[in-house]
Design a protein around this ligand. Structure first.
Ligand code: IPE
Ligand code: IPE
Ligand code: MG
Length: 246
């Protein structure tokens, strides 16, 4: 049997894959451990998927790591997630450099604790000239936050005469979003069996293929990622046209 990776058609790989990494808490609780233990083990899955995407030559990988709504979790869990971010970003920068990965972040940067922001910005700066995969972490991110911010900025630019209201279209709106320098994801994966979007990239996923996996994030491995990509490659993306037109 050909391996899953070998079955992938190189020319039909998505350029941008987005992932809602979900199920850390349930994974840990099933093992009788604290939810934090699950988050710690989620790092392994992040490493696996990043490496798989980089090896395949995928250009953009966007990971939903912490939502605006996640600030409402118990303080000890939020604190643990933030310190995990600090230590992980610090420790992984070497690997990012080795794999030619450029780190990027979207979300409310000023909402993050200063030590998280400092490590993040350092790692972004150190990897900024890398030319391989762009790894974007969505941190303190939510799509409605992003869309509201974009709208505010457009309104300011109209007031200052920089743009004409008649020029506002899909393209222009997209330029005001935090994802302005990347294509829309062709594929969105959510793990842990939950069938919802949870305020992630609402504008950008207008025509994205959705893939839901039952695997809990800490168990997610390269093979699971290949499986999602294979499924994606079997889909017919019609964009409103008929099958015959494709
Ligand atoms: C995803 O796992 C990680 C974050 C949202 C930060 P969860 O922590 O949501 O795990 P479950 O969904 O409770 O199992
Ligand atoms: C979505 O997961 C956010 C991240 C993966 C960071 P949640 O586990 O917070 O989503 P809901 O609240 O269950 O929809
Ligand atoms: Mg969850």
């Amino acid at each position: 049997m050909e391996s899953l990776k070998d079955q992938l058609i190189k020319e039909k790989l998505p350029s941008h894959v987005a992932v809602i990494m979900d199920g850390n808490g349930r994974w840990a609780q099933k093992k009788g451990n604290s939810r934090i233990f699950g988050h710690q083990h989620g790092v392994t899955a992040v490493r696996e998927v990043t490496e798989a995407a980089a090896e395949l030559g995928i250009s953009y990988l966007t990971l939903y790591a912490f939502s605006t709504e996640n600030w409402n979790r118990p303080k000890h869990e939020v604190d643990a997630l933030m310190s995990l971010l600090v230590s992980t970003i610090g420790a992984e920068t070497k690997t990012l450099l080795k794999n030619n990965v450029r780190l990027n972040a979207i979300g409310c940067k000023e909402c993050l604790p200063t030590d998280v922001l400092k490590n993040l910005e350092e790692s972004i700066a150190k990897t900024s000239s890398n030319t391989g995969l762009t790894l974007t972490l969505a941190l303190s991110y939510s799509s409605r936050w992003e869309i509201v911010n974009a709208t505010k900025q457009i309104a300011r630019d109209v007031r200052e005469g920089k743009i004409n209201p008649d020029d506002i279209n899909d393209d222009l709106f997209g330029k005001y979003l935090t994802t302005n320098n990347m294509p829309d994801p062709e594929l969105l994966i959510r793990t842990s069996g939950e069938l919802r979007i949870s305020n992630f990239l609402l504008w950008q996923i207008a025509y994205t293929e959705l893939y839901f996996s039952e695997v809990l994030w800490p168990d997610y491995r390269k093979e699971d990622f290949y499986e999602a990509l294979l499924d994606y490659q079997k889909r017919e993306r019609r964009f409103g046209k008929t099958s015959q037109q494709i």
